[in-house]
Ligand binder design. Sequence first.
Ligand code: FES
Length: 113
Amino acid sequence: MSNPPLCAIADIPDGGSEGFFTETSDGRLLYMVVRTGDAVFVYKNACPHTGMPLDFQPGKFLTKDGSMIQCSTHGAKFQIEDGVCVSGPCMGDRLEAVAFEVRSGDIFLTENK
Ligand code: FES
């Protein structure tokens, strides 16, 4: 039996982001998805600084110009492509990337733990 998709690519505006979660026996796991054109990036929604979710407003993960992921708590900025923190209190750390595959426009996590 396969898991349901996390979301559809069409759920994420081009140049935008959205937050999702899955329920597991260990509790709820939070994810962020960022889309730039046909490319999508999935990370755990946990800041490497304190482990807090990054979005103050649900699904709002990006800087105003949409060029970086930003943590709403202390303002750390992360590169969209690899999750590396380039400014803020956790500089040099990175967001935890989540493996996924796209099938028929839907995003399926391939690791869900
Ligand atoms: S919790 Fe994200 S920068 Fe501090």
